[in-house]
Design a protein around this ligand. Structure first.
Ligand SMILES: Nc1ncnc2c1ncn2[C@@H]1O[C@H](COP(=O)(O)OP(=O)(O)O)[C@@H](O)[C@H]1O
Ligand SMILES: [Mg+2]
Length: 187
């Protein structure tokens, strides 16, 4: 398997998915394809360079917080970042049909951190919240983080509702932070 560094050097800083055939594809979305490079790193190859710019800026701002994947390197159409080896909140909710207080605490911490680093969007989808092997929370896919202003977690709440765990989520929130509960109970 060709070394990622060599692939980048040979192609003057742009990487296409053809070059990464030997690597394991770990995800694909509307904006790119993600390949695992090592046990700690993955690369997201973007369809549009403009999207790469938006996500890169958000990741750079987000480096202040442990809930954002580490940023390692980038080129015009790709970003090498921390590979989060773990499970998404979506999968956990689907499998367990419930949410522990500890998970809800971590979600509130994550939203607090998104605010603290300066994201305009304090929201994310249930599939973009990951828990690694140490149980640490990480949030991925940040192209809208700086550009769409949202101070209430509409997408998150909609996702939890769909998974059938919204009521339990809000009960934990009410215990942990009643003022947030008052803000969110009618989203
Ligand atoms: N840093 C990461 N660690 C582990 N898996 C990831 C990482 N980034 C992306 N993925 C996987 O790839 C999928 C698509 O990534 P995402 O960033 O959401 O792409 P898009 O912007 O195209 O929606 C995610 O849902 C996740 O399963
Ligand atoms: Mg996505």
């Amino acid at each position: 398997m060709e070394d990622f560094k060599d692939i980048v050097t040979k192609n003057n800083g742009t990487v296409s998915v053809q070059h990464l055939k030997g690597y394991r594809q770990i995800g694909q979305g509307g904006d790119g394809t993600i390949y695992q490079l090592t046990s700690e790193r993955c690369v997201k190859i973007f369809y549009e360079e403009e999207t790469q710019q938006r996500e890169l800026e958000a990741l750079q701002v987000g480096q202040l917080s442990s809930v954002i994947p580490r940023l390692y390197e980038y080129g015009s159409n790709y970003i090498v970042m921390e590979y989060v080896n773990g499970t998404s909140l979506k999968k956990i909710a689907k499998k367990e049909r419930q949410l522990s207080e500890s998970i809800v605490r971590k979600i509130l911490f994550m939203l607090e951190e998104m605010k603290r680093v300066g994201f305009a969007r304090h929201d994310t989808e249930v599939r973009h919240i990951l828990f690694n092997e140490q149980g640490e929370i990480k949030v991925i896919d940040h192209k809208r983080a700086l550009t769409s202003a949202r101070t209430v977690p509409t997408k998150l709440v909609a996702g939890l509702k769909k998974m059938g765990v919204l009521k339990e989520f809000l009960e934990h929130v009410n215990k942990l932070c009643p003022s947030l509960y008052e803000e969110w109970k009618h989203i």
